[in-house]
Write a protein of this length. Structure first.
Length: 291
């Protein structure tokens, strides 16, 4: 079982993220949790006693959230051709971040999917959005970002940007492998540097990574052009058709720096592919294979 959480604000971008996830994980028995968090809309009362106006507002917000969640459920069942029992709707009074953290624990969530509403389609434009705030908390589950109103297309080429200086999280590898096996995609590890400058440790980590993908095409690409790492990645994806970009998240690494100004300004490519952020930390001893 793969439990997938899709946070929605009922925007077109959020629905596209839901549709993309349901298409990508259509096969098998994955469960999709569609959650709307309306806690930010509830104003805390300045009085010590219960404010009746706030209670009425809370009740209306809950009713609106429930109704919109049901409408979203009917729409995705129609559009995806999946049975309704593959989905569960969750109208939540919590705010976004604590609500997500709570559901990850209580629903044993394996993957978080988010759209990027109200941005121009570049990494720079999603800085300081809810998506990056979630990533910055370094959740121990993968976060799949679906940019803009991206249509679902089969994956043929998955790029994985890595410094190759850390041992890979086995559960992160299983996530990439499961996606690649479903689509038959080839995987390219992008390393910012020269082949002649690779250390034994980096070669060991790359070979260890590659050994997990028997039957799949895995290659190593060097992207050294004496500019910032983020720019090197941008240059690679500009000249190679990439259907999904993956990175493992470590604090203080180049991946975390991608979401800090002004480094992120260097990536000027419009995102036309999903962006998968993989956790450096494992989620306990749970098997994360997608079934």
């Amino acid at each position: 079982m793969k439990n997938i959480l899709i946070a929605t604000d009922f925007s077109s971008e959020a629905y596209c993220a839901l549709f993309y996830a349901s298409s990508l994980f259509k096969g098998g028995i994955s469960k999709f949790y569609i959650a709307n968090f309306f806690g930010e809309k509830i104003e805390a009362s300045v009085y010590s006693i219960v404010n009746e106006a706030e209670l009425r507002k809370k009740s209306l917000l809950k009713k609106d959230s429930e109704l919109a969640c049901k409408e979203t459920l009917h729409r995705i069942v129609r559009d995806s051709d999946l049975n309704s029992d593959r989905f569960e709707i969750i109208p939540s009074e919590q705010k976004l971040l604590p609500g997500i953290l709570n559901l990850i624990q209580n629903k044993d969530i394996d993957l978080l999917v988010m759209g990027t509403a109200n941005h121009a389609g570049t990494l720079k434009s999603i800085v300081e959005t809810n998506t990056t705030k979630i990533i910055e908390h370094a959740l121990n589950i993968p976060v799949l970002i679906i940019p803009r109103e991206l249509d679902f297309n089969p994956l043929y080429h998955i790029a994985f940007a890595s410094e190759l200086i850390y041992e890979f999280n086995p559960e992160s590898i299983k996530t990439i492998k499961a996606i690649a096996e479903k689509s038959g995609a080839r995987i390219t590890v992008i390393h910012d540097g020269k082949e002649t400058e690779m250390s034994q440790r980096q070669w060991k980590n790359y070979n260890s990574f590659k050994s997990n993908f028997e039957g799949l095409e895995v290659s190593l690409a060097f992207s050294s052009n004496h500019i910032e790492v983020s720019k090197s990645i941008a240059e690679f994806v500009k000249h190679n058709k990439v259907d999904m970009l993956c990175m493992e998240y470590y604090k203080h690494s180049f991946v975390s720096n991608l979401f800090i100004e002004p480094v992120v300004e260097k990536i000027d490519r419009h995102l036309s592919f999903p962006f998968l952020i993989l956790p450096a930390k494992s989620k306990g001893s749970k098997n994360h294979e997608i079934k």
